[in-house]
Ligand binder design. Sequence first.
Ligand SMILES: [Zn+2]
Ligand SMILES: [Zn+2]
Length: 484
Amino acid sequence: MKTNSAGNSSAGNSSVGNSSIGNSSVKYGPATNNSMKDRLMKSHSMKLLGSMVLSLAISHSSFAADEAIRQGIADHYDSHLSDLFTWFHQNPELGFLEQKTAERLAQELRDLGIPVTEGIGGTGLVGMIENGPGPLVLVRADMDGLPLLEDSGLSYSSRNRQIGRDGIETPVMHACGHDMHMTTLVGTAKLLMDTRDSWSGTIMLVGQPAEEIINGAKAMLDDGLYQRFGVPDYAIGLHVSSGMPSGMVAVREGIVQSSADSVDIKVRGIGGHGAYPHQTVDPIYVSSQVVIALQGIISRQINPLSPAVITVGSFQGGSKHNIISNEVDLQLTVRTDSESTRDQVLGSIRETALNIGRLNGLPDDLLPIVSMGFESTPTNVNDSDAVQRVLLAWEAQLGYNPLVTAPRTGMGAEDFAYFTQTEHDVPGVFFSVGGTPPALMREIAAGRTNAPPHHSPFFLIDPSSVKAGVEAMYTAAIELLQTP
Ligand SMILES: [Zn+2]
Ligand SMILES: [Zn+2]
């Protein structure tokens, strides 16, 4: 998940509280008994979660979980997936540098008898389960870690370091849960292989690099993913979510995550002495006007019912009190919830920067240079029909309806969107799985701590959330393999 440090996108897409989850027939999930539910609801921190949830209504009549599936997952978790999660957690690698990670993931899939192609879009990989006629369903896990020194206190904390693509060595940590995603992919693959007599079609298992820099999915597609392996009929992905009870599943219809675009603006000026401003064009002054005017795009130019954010996250220029410098570098992140708003905002940013340059008397060859498109992802939108189909299957298997209808709380982004939102228009289902252990949920509920945020050194998730991940992913895949 890509937040560009602009907030907690996990809460945005995975906001499950507890309002009507409670049901003694549901065998897992920490919020399943009423006394605990009462305690949770009393705490102020649960007000947030409680306000987010919505329609987790238990459907008693349709509850027909396949216990053999659940037991199979539990056995595989105990015998292998738990250790595999630990290995991934202790061996995180940065985006596009996931060599050992991809090697291990590929080997895990090959061990299941699945042919794997590596090196797609850099370190990306694809495993194909071809199992007769039927739909092609893409199942995606992202693989990269983050440049952080882990301080989670876990006994199996990462001590990995790596030289980044910038040549600088950093500690690396799975601080977003992509270790859980990869482990879930292996568990799902095993279950699909074990049950291949009961379904027909093709599964494309995708190990995607570099989600955190929202480049990896695009790199795989640019490298011919769909030309080489087919355009999927459906694509499924998940994200584990801190602050949501371990094992809970949540999904939204429609917009799940916002578009994200990084934009660089180099504002050039004509430098000189700080005491003689009339002989210069001061790029700090020009840049300040740009920063202010950008917010006018949000407040005055776009439809107020179509959300958008422009954050200037970096403003670098100048060297000394009395020197007017020659240039300033601005770095922006831009978020929207619709592709038309996105086009409008990005176009307006360019126009605004150029025109403020002109307003300040800059000649054409010194106007601001606006760069975009190097780090971007479209809106991540779930297909309503596919979600409705999967919901019915989940309700039967999980014992509750995990549809979330509360408003999102931020504008996080996910490059899973590339698998669905590009010219191929593949219906997608992207969902969340809770990752906060029950004991920690109780501490959070009591107001004694907060959920460890994604992208922080304190991030931790319950490894056993993999079991719910596999159950939900497998159930969704099997449903979408049926011809509707
Ligand atoms: Zn992530
Ligand atoms: Zn992330």
